[in-house]
Design a protein around this ligand. Structure first.
Ligand code: ZN
Length: 439
């Protein structure tokens, strides 16, 4: 998953905060869809989905092993991970959906920094297609790149350089989940009412590069894509908090009632769902949303090992991940063949065409629903840390602007300049503290 300051997608919406809930104007349509989803939920619960936890663990163990050295984009380690995915797709009999009849889709790295000095280096996505002979296709995607040896600037370790960032949760967990769903759908003897394409993305940590490349150079017509399901960090399900973030629920009118309904009926009290309606988020589903494709994003929440060398397999909750995957499989099983899922635009989180020149160096708590911007982790050596902002603080004002939520924060960030010093007010243990941040 991306840290916030790396999101540089150009969003070309004309109007800010434009909510197109067309269905609200059509109460009957909405009621009918709700009724349909309740009915479907009932039918599909009978169809048991078996997730193999041994296989899940095996995939994570390989991808997050020291020998893969953190799967840095455009390294031989990334290539080994990509070959692992392609091999698995081949064994499952999935069709190659990359370039020229191969499983790989190559893309150039245009980003130049101290990690990637050569602007002509290539990275690769991996694509396997389950052809059920149907008109519409569901994308199940997960990024397989991570921070490598910590040179790319997004590690949260104090001295990251040279340390292997295994990324067991981020995102060996999502890739393992994607491979396990591929096995499930390829071997269940059922022809689903849609095709499924499984995608491993690279370059995610550098700015959603692989998924963006697919969006610009699709190997199957984008008009045939029913929806995109993104798995990014699903390995740290917390059995006490039970938090499961589901993003993109506003991108189709049926998604919110559907995910709520299946969680309530088949997983009573097992998930504390944190729904985020927005199609724009810190991972690859954003690239599909921007191509007007409905998206769902699953994420078990941030933790103290996020973007640190300590994100290791020992801390993965395999049973928890299996539960999340069973939930996703039930959601997918309840989707109908036709009509093609309608796309619905959601609230815009960023300003038009803006890429942020400044950042505080904080990881926001995306699932925090209260007032202000809650911070999960502060990056050492960056402006927020230097100003004395700590993990768990809630930013309530920057300059004279009240920070009500993450969107307000992004807007203020867009107006600040490097070198500027601004007063920042935070809540720490419910007490306000005034600090001064130099960007
Ligand atoms: Zn990440």
């Amino acid at each position: 998953m991306l840290t916030l300051h790396n999101i540089t997608h150009n969003i070309t919406h004309n109007t800010m905060h434009k909510i197109l809930y067309n269905f609200l104007q059509q109460p009957f349509t909405r009621f009918f869809l709700l009724f349909l989803s309740v009915l479907l939920g009932e039918i599909t619960t009978a169809k048991a989905q078996t997730i193999d936890t041994t296989l899940l663990r095996k995939h994570i163990a390989f991808l997050a092993s020291d020998s893969l050295r953190g799967r840095g984009t455009s390294t031989p380690d990334e290539k080994r991970a990509a070959e692992y995915l392609a091999d698995y797709f081949r064994r499952l009999g999935l069709q190659a959906k990359g370039d020229k009849g191969s499983y790989f889709q190559m893309f150039p790295l245009i980003k130049k920094n101290d990690v990637l000095p050569d602007s002509n280096r290539m990275a690769m996505n991996v694509l396997g297609f389950l052809d059920n002979g149907k008109p519409h296709t569901i994308v199940i995607g997960a990024h397989f790149d991570h921070l490598g040896l910590g040179y790319d600037g997004s590690s949260l370790d104090t001295e990251p350089k040279g340390k292997i960032h295994n990324g067991a949760d981020d995102n060996a967990s999502g890739v393992a989940g994607m491979l396990e769903l591929a096995r499930l759908y390829a071997t269940n003897g059922v022809k689903e009412p849609y095709n499924v394409v499984f995608m491993g993305f690279s370059g995610e940590e550098l700015g959603l590069l692989g998924s963006k490349h697919f969006g610009e150079n699709p190997t199957l017509p984008l008009e045939t894509i029913h929806c995109m399901v993104n798995l990014d960090m699903i390995g740290r399900f917390n059995e006490t908090k039970k938090e499961l973030v589901v993003g993109g629920t506003g991108t189709n009118p049926m998604f919110e009632p559907l995910v709520k309904n299946i969680a309530a009926r088949s997983f009573a009290n097992e998930f504390a769902l944190a729904l985020d309606s927005s199609g724009v988020g810190p991972s690859d589903h954003t690239s599909f949303y921007l191509k007007k494709i409905p998206v769902l994003f699953f994420f078990t929440g941030v933790h103290t090992d996020y973007h640190k060398p300590s994100d290791d397999i020992e801390r993965i909750n395999i049973q928890g991940e299996a539960k999340v995957l069973r939930y996703i499989a039930q959601i997918l099983d309840s989707l109908q063949a036709s009509p093609k899922l309608a796309f619905q635009q959601t609230r815009v989180k960023q300003q038009t065409g803006h890429s942020y020149k400044v950042s505080l160096g904080v990881m926001p708590a995306y699932s925090y629903a209260g007032k202000g911007l809650k911070i999960d982790a502060v990056t050492a050596g960056r402006p927020a840390a230097k100003a004395g902002i700590q993990d768990g603080d809630i930013i309530i004002t920057i300059g004279t602007t009240e920070i009500t939520d993450i969107q307000a924060y992004m807007q203020v960030l867009g107006k600040l300049k490097a070198g500027e010093t601004v007063p920042v007010r935070v809540l720490r243990d419910d007490k306000p503290i005034n600090l001064s941040v130099t960007l």
